[in-house]
Design a protein around this ligand. Structure first.
Ligand code: MOS
Length: 736
């Protein structure tokens, strides 16, 4: 009877393919007005004046909001302490204080995100929201936005990453760790090494491009606000918008039944939610505010640029005597955002001597934020490229080098793993890929005129869990309604949660109606950091088990011996309902909880043009229990596709004079299309993790991208003999 794990089709699949699934901008509110943001065309300075008079004369324009005329919000003063909303969510994930917590003591900039909601005239980056046009139609709003004449007091922006000072305050901590990590003594470890490796690796600024752009429909009813919102975190949107307006959270309702992708960029609120609510208040009508595609670049985050130095020392036998990983990434003048690219280096390989360190450079660009495996994506590119280089220096097989330094317990904490199947992942991936056919010398394999390269890398991501709530209710018709205030961002949450509930209750999955995406439901964490399966899944499991026990109490024999109608009748005619709150596993104190995997890639490189094709990627991951084999596979597919983009295509170009985002559209910001993606062969190693949480799922949202870029870069080296340490691997970087 159990449906858990089976590749059940998405329960919301039909709604999605027939257009029945409603996304935020599709709510047909009567009398809705349309808003677009006016964004700055300078990167630093002040907005002196926006000519609202001529804009207000344009067809259909209802209002123009500017820093000069906008409502003063009691909770959104510039420089006020606003915890980074996304970090709030992640702080819970970490089971501790906010990831960016710790005050601005002695810091040049706040640790908190400064909202840009027209409360002052300051410009921090090119593309920052500096006004809002509201009109009767989207076209009228766009026309007015494009006609906006803005007078600035312009200053010279800071845009030169390499030549600007490093300035991370010690008080600011990256996700899941300290600014510095020291174990043993790397200097003596390097002194004892037979072979050393020391290189710089870079990754560029990248921007998320979910198919659904960020958008909000804001609707005031008296002093109560409803937001239909495209988000990964309804709760943090509610908290932040309520704080901005200085109203009680109970006055703000956020609804997101479907979100068309977020990948971190919708992990918490930005400026457009509050701006939409301000506009709706101003015109006394519901307001729909949608970002343009261009506005996805800057106002809603991205992956920061990283400059990473990896230093390795090893004996001739390949035993790592020292590992050092330093990362400098850019942040903005609006907050201190740290890309935690060194996190995995503290735990991926056994070594007595490990040091990691991060630093920041402040630029006049949009704030960076979470982006698919934030930290591990860019960090594994550097570390796993370096490991490949070391393997060549040692004349060792890259898999053998990794096995030689296999960490049987967590090198950072010394704790045992709750489960770890990386050894099995290497073996399974290598076998499915045909790694034994690889001849180690660069340029030694060909397919016709194409150079062929085989590369591999390790993958890893933490298994986290946050507190989460759920209700479960047995109806007289036999339906069991399960509710949790989580989000469906494309991963299959409706489906997997229905399966968990059905499994716990011992009923067919068709009997379950799982509902999410409304702040009136029990609070759940943001759908970030691969926490939904473990957090919401544990809550749904607990609610279903509690409901089952209650039914058994009311009607002995439970649903096996009684119809739902009989149970409800025995309950005085009321549906049987339970509400629970689940907490992270206390075993987090005793065990280190992480997912691991291995990525094997074949590339073909044109020997004359240096174009790279990726005909084949084979993955093997141990991610705990698989809740739905189909949606889990899709998560890895998506991660690998994005890894191909990261390796070969993605890069946000920012004009070094003006700070303008140059390639801010899908024509110029390249992501892989079908023609760029070959076969992706996904494997999971069966893992029964008794410690991670009651359902044994570690989460599969982020790990799929980790290691992919390194695996491709390593394959390109094998094919060509050219080591590319700067992403993306453009053909001129291979030509050298
Ligand atoms: Mo994920 S980058 O935490 O949404």
């Amino acid at each position: 009877m159990s449906s858990l794990g089976t590749p059940l089709n998405r329960v919301d699949g039909r709604l999605k393919v027939t257009g029945g699934a409603k996304y935020a901008a599709e709510y047909p509110l009567p009398n809705v007005a349309h808003a677009v943001m006016i964004t700055s065309t300078i990167a630093k300075g002040r907005v002196i004046h926006i000519d609202t008079v001529s804009l207000e004369k344009m067809p259909g324009v209802l209002a123009v909001l500017t820093p000069q005329n906008a409502e003063r919000l009691p909770g959104a003063q510039s420089g006020a302490d606003h915890p980074n909303p996304a970090s709030d969510g992640r702080g819970q994930v970490q089971g501790g204080g906010g990831a960016q917590g710790g005050g601005a003591q002695g810091a040049a900039r706040p640790a908190m995100r400064i909202p840009t909601v027209l409360q002052d005239d300051k410009v921090h980056y090119n593309g920052q929201p500096i006004g809002v046009v509201v009109a009767d139609t989207f076209e009228h709003a766009m026309a007015a936005m494009q006609a906006a004449a803005v007078k600035y007091d312009e200053e010279k922006p800071v845009l030169d990453f390499r030549n600007s000072p490093k300035n991370a305050p010690d008080t600011v901590k990256p996700l899941g760790g300290e600014r510095s990590f020291r174990k043993g003594d790397v200097a003596s470890g390097l002194a004892a090494a037979d072979v050393k490796h020391d290189q710089l690796y870079t990754t560029p600024i990248e921007n998320h491009n979910p198919m659904e752009v960020h958008n909000t429909v804001a609707h005031w009813d008296g002093d109560s606000l409803t937001l239909y919102e495209s988000t990964q975190g309804i709760t943090s949107v509610r908290q932040t918008v309520a704080r901005h307006f200085g109203i009680d959270q109970s006055k703000v309702k956020v609804i997101a039944y479907f979100t068309g992708g977020g990948f971190g960029s919708k992990g918490g609120p930005w400026s457009h939610e509050t701006l939409a609510a301000m506009a709706a208040k101003k015109v006394g009508r519901p307001v729909k505010l949608s970002l343009t595609r261009r506005q996805q670049f800057g106002p809603v985050g991205g992956r920061p640029l990283t400059l990473q130095r990896v230093t390795l020392g090893a004996t001739n036998e390949g035993v790592l005597t020292a590992i050092r990983h330093e990362n400098t990434s850019n942040t903005s003048t609006l907050e201190n955002w740290v890309e935690p690219a060194t996190t995995q280096t503290r735990l991926l390989y056994a070594s007595p001597n490990i040091e990691t360190q991060y630093d920041l450079v402040t630029l006049n660009v949009g704030s960076p934020t979470f982006m698919r495996a934030p930290g591990e994506s860019s960090g594994t590119f550097a570390l796993e490229s370096a490991m490949d280089e070391l393997a060549y220096a040692l004349k060792m097989d890259p898999v053998a080098l990794r096995l030689k330094n296999y960490a049987d317990s967590d090198p950072e904490t010394g704790k045992p793993w709750s489960s770890k199947s990386l050894r099995e992942c290497y073996a399974l991936g290598a076998e499915k890929f045909g790694w034994s056919r690889r001849t180690p010398a660069p340029r030694s394999m060909r397919d016709g005129r194409w150079l062929v390269g085989y590369g591999m890398a390790s993958a890893t991501y933490p298994a986290r869990q946050s507190p989460a709530g759920a209700t479960a209710r047995l109806m007289a018709d036999g339906t069991i309604v399960v509710r949790a205030g989580t989000q469906e961002i494309g991963c299959g949450t409706y489906t997997a949660m229905s399966q968990i509930a059905a499994d716990a209750l011992g009923v067919p999955v068709e009997r379950i109606r799982f509902e999410l995406g409304n702040t009136e439901m029990p609070e759940n964490p943001a759908s970030t950091g691969s926490v939904t399966a473990s957090s919401t899944g544990s809550a749904v499991n607990q609610a279903a088990l509690t409901l089952k026990a209650n039914i058994e109490q009311i009607a002995p024999g439970g649903l096996a011996s009684n119809s739902a109608a009989q149970v409800v009748a025995a309950n005085g005619g009321r549906p049987v309902e339970v509400t629970i709150k689940s907490q992270p596993s206390p075993e987090q104190q005793q065990y280190s909880m992480h997912s691991f995997g291995a990525v094997f890639t074949e590339v073909h490189v044109d020997p004359d043009l240096c174009t790279v094709r990726v005909p084949r990627v084979v993955t093997a991951h141990g991610v705990g229990r698989i809740l739905n084999e189909k949606t889990a596979r899709s998560q890895i597919h998506g991660g690998v596709v994005w890894g191909i983009g990261m390796a070969l295509l993605e890069e946000t170009h920012i004009d070094q004079r003006t700070g303008r985002y140059v390639n801010a559209d899908l024509g110029e910001y390249h992501v892989p299309v079908n023609a760029d993606v070959g076969t992706i062969d996904v494997h999971f190693v069966d893992e029964h993790d008794m410690h991670v949480n009651p359902i044994g799922a570690k989460g599969v949202g982020e790990i799929g991208i980790t290691g992919v870029a390194a695996s491709i870069a390593n394959a390109v080296y094998h094919a060509t003999g050219r080591r590319v340490r700067d992403l993306p691997i453009r053909l001129e970087r291979i030509m050298g």
